[in-house]
Design a protein around this ligand. Sequence first.
Ligand code: LR7
Ligand code: MN
Length: 577
Amino acid sequence: MRILQVKKNRLIKLAAAVALLITVLYVLFSQTRKEGVSLRSFSSELRKEVPRLVKGLGNFEPPATKPKEGPGEQGKAHNLRDDQQNDASQSLSEYGMNMACSDEISLDRSIPDIRMPECKHWDYPQNLPKTSVIIVFHNEGWSVLMRTVHSVINRTPDSMLEEILLVDDFSSKENLKGKLESYIERFDGKVRLIRNKEREGLIRTRSRGAKEARGEVILFLDAHCEVNVNWLPPLLAPIYRDRTTMTVPVIDGIDHQTFEYRTVYQAGHHFRGIFEWGMLYKENELPSKEISKRDHNSEPYKSPTHAGGLFAIDRKYFLELGAYDPGLLVWGGENFELSFKIWQCGGSIEWVPCSRVGHVYRGFMPYNFGKLANKKKGPLILNNYKRVIETWFDDKYKEFFYTREPLARYLDTGDISQQLELKERLKCKSFQWYMENVAYDVFDKFPELPPNLHWGELHNVASQTCMDSMGHEPPALIGMSHCHGFGSNQLLRLNAKGQLGVGERCIDADIQGIKLVFCRLGTVGGPWEYDEATHTLLHRNHKKCAALHPQTFHLSLMPCDPINTYQQWVFNEIHPK
Ligand code: LR7
Ligand code: MN
């Protein structure tokens, strides 16, 4: 009797187990099918390539949690009351972001998981390398910096996180001093803090962080980020497979006023990093040639460059590449230096759609460059660009940069012999190779530049004032103002194809007047013709000339009258001050 009872129990248990197994398999299978990914595709690909290395596989997806309620939870916008607006605007001007708003949002807040659904089904090796997350900061707002740290702690498998290394670039704000040491004690040694003895700028501070880090992989974040669900394994897997691959997450936006988390990318579309010839960072939709190289839309893909702030790289590899060029100062151009160096010297850059990190885009840069900039910020950044192009571009391409930024020719880059030596030693390929094989889509938007026929300040003979874009964004009328000799918004260029440019923008004219417009991507031509004898500036399509109104100072096209000094213009070349 008892035996029978036991058998019956066993049978029931067995049947239940079988039913459970079938349900689980069904759920898994239907999900996989629905989203078009075989559950193990990435890992089996990895296994083929590094069979001995892969010990086990893990998916690392966290269990689902109940949605939290509260200000800014689920990445929603948090709006302050009217009586808080003073604090809000005060903090906005001090930090470039609304710290009054940030301070009311939990450091552990939830953000929406906006990954492509198939991202949940990738498997990764269990024994991914340990990572030092390096966050350099200079006078950042406390709650924003700490939310960055908390998000990493909350959303990273402990086994992969060697440490979070905070590197203080000589901040002067009181609350970033002693309080920081005591606050990080709660992380039981996972968070380490080192401080610069003087201001080094973000570039040198990152190189220092890389040297001091203890992890096999280093991963940089700006000090105002929030990492999203399961962000790290997809960044580490490509590095694990090939240590010369650098990986970059997709960077979402966190609003600097409301801290709303939202993506800047259209679902399912992929972008990659490129540049224009003035070395401004740009993005381009992934060319079809790259799309067709992949089996799944959530797979990593190659990118010519990256924005700069957020990426992972094998620590030793980064140091073998000389870290960042130590001659680069404070801010700017280091993203290109590293990108060109990696690609030309045999490595590659991959963007990883399944890894997403939010970044607060500030309205303006709230800090100055300290002693490192004995001049204004502009020439310092341009100088960085010049070091980078003088090291990595071939002569033909250098000309495009000097055409787009004529003042750069006169800047002193300092000594780049060490950089050139490194390039030689690592047997790096030419820029031509890079443009043809990696960054070929740059040309679609930014073709080779014809030389400038004239450039400089554009003086009006009658008024002795200069055309000025006033720092506006298109569409806007071009203004006239006192000629200051610094270039920037008064530095105009007329190229051999008739395009009149100022910075990355173009100048055209319509019924309302002479205007700042977006240059037509993929073209380098324009409607203008300058007559050196009469000093008139003709608009070929309208067959009229650029004229200044003597009373209103409005700029417009008028029937050409070469004797009228209000229609006479002189390009005055200038030199850096
Ligand atoms: O002197 C400084 N010392 C620092 O430690 C100046 C800054 N910093 C810190 C700062 O606190 C922050 O944590 O360096 C980090 C980056 O400075 P940001 O946030 O002012 O830079 P950014 O976001 O305006 O600029 C982008 O370009 C820079 C060029 O040098 C860096 O590469 C930034 O990391 C980069 N940010 C991103 O790529 C995020 C995505 C933006 C886009 C597109
Ligand atoms: Mn930033």
